[in-house]
Design a binder for this molecule. Structure first.
Ligand code: GAL
Length: 388
């Protein structure tokens, strides 16, 4: 009898420990204690709140990753900037601590360039070793301009997490010709064709229309964008220009606060958006998308020996089910994993324009295979995939 009681008591204790253990594991998950990535699922920060950093980019410094992205609010209203740029920090890439709003929109002056209600997208931050400043660039559409301004906003801070001070906005490369300018660009632009043109798609080839020439005096258009710092410290701004028909790659000035006037037109008439760049084994790799607004399309990839051009397109890097829609997402950044040679994470947004705050993040490992880059879907994964 005593043995049976002892056995029953033993089983009860084991059962109780199991219940306690599972509930602790669940709690730690909800407070953000992750040890793997779950692409497309809600991702909680250290306060148990869903991470709010869309169209983002990451800066790595002294063992810490800083994730900057668009802070969205609920509903359709969240598609315009109501709050600003949110920053999070992490040591392991799985668990993110809320660092607050790094750059706030201006609430008390509706004429300010970053007034609440402007469009502020795809913020990226880089560190300038010469000036000791953190420099943020983003796609800015002035309030009410509905994607007509196509400008770059620039802000700086002495501290990585901010607060960032807004400097101004620019149209890049004003009165500068690209390194690969054509004769046609220097001729007067085609006013007849441009008169009929309202944006979004083009009634002809961007060179026949001469959109580059049209914008020479005012500065070139800049919508979806990213920044990339090369090994020699030169920073580049890569953006969708010429009514989204063509990307421009521009070297920045030494202080990273302006374009230096040296730029090239790439992927002419390919209508690429959402540019992201990485460098591996002395080659530059590019991932972008087609132009379908918030709706996903097939990603594009390319490789080049120079960041200024000579891109060879490599097709859709995504493979497997849903690859034709980039797993229902759109590229935003390629993150080099610190201390792991050849380890890069493809970062993308699964937009939700009806309820902007509920846009999700799709992070997947990038693989280099036979001269191509490959992205495969995984329901769950961790950084050990890079050790194989
Ligand atoms: C996407 C772009 C987003 C946002 C959206 C608006 O193509 O990548 O950043 O601008 O269009 O429709």
């Amino acid at each position: 009898m005593k043995t049976i009681i002892r056995l029953l008591a033993g089983s009860f204790i084991i059962l109780l420990s199991l219940i306690i253990f599972t509930s602790c594991a669940r709690n730690s998950q909800s407070s953000g204690k992750y040890n793997s990535f779950h692409p497309g699922e809600i991702w909680l920060d250290n306060n148990g709140v869903a991470i709010n950093a869309h169209g983002g980019g990451i800066l790595y410094e002294n063992g810490i990753y800083y994730w900057f992205g668009e802070h969205k609010i609920a509903g359709k209203a969240g598609n315009v900037a109501q709050v600003g740029v949110h920053c999070y920090s992490s040591r392991d890439l799985y668990n993110w601590q809320d660092e607050g709003i790094a750059l706030a929109v201006v609430e008390d002056d509706s004429t300010h360039e970053i007034a609440k209600g402007c469009i502020l997208e795809r913020p990226k931050v880089i560190y300038n070793a010469k000036t000791g400043k953190y420099v943020m660039w983003f796609h800015l559409e002035l309030k009410g301009s509905v994607y007509k301004s196509a400008r770059c906003g620039i802000a700086v801070s002495d501290k990585v997490t901010g607060p960032y001070t807004y400097i101004h906005s620019i149209r890049p490369n004003r009165e500068a010709w690209p390194v690969n300018v054509l004769d046609i660009h220097k001729k007067p632009y085609n006013t007849d064709a441009n008169a009929a043109f309202t944006g979004g798609s083009l009634p002809g080839h961007p060179d026949t229309l001469n959109i580059l020439g049209r914008d020479f005096a005012a500065g070139q258009m800049s919508r979806d964008m990213t920044l990339f710092v090369d090994d020699d410290g030169t920073a580049y701004h890569i953006c969708a220009s010429e009514e989204n028909s063509t990307l421009h790659t521009s070297a920045l000035t030494d202080d990273y606060l302006a374009t230096a006037g040296k730029f090239s037109r790439v992927f002419v008439n390919r209508f690429m958006e959402a540019p992201a760049i990485c460098k591996y084994n002395n080659k530059y790799y590019f991932i972008g998308s087609g132009c379908t607004g918030w709706l996903p399309n097939a990603a594009r990839s390319a490789v080049a020996d120079s960041i200024m051009g000579g891109w060879q397109e490599l097709g859709n890097p995504c493979v497997g089910p849903d690859s034709a829609l980039t797993f229902h997402s759109q590229s935003t950044f390629i993150l080099p994993v610190a201390g792991k040679e050849g380890a890069f994470i493809f970062m993308a947004d699964r937009w939700n324009p009806e309820n902007a705050i509920d846009g999700r993040y799709v992070w997947l490992p990038l693989e280099f295979k036979d001269g191509r880059i490959i992205v495969q879907w995984r329901d769950e994964w961790d950084l050990s995939v890079f050790d194989k």
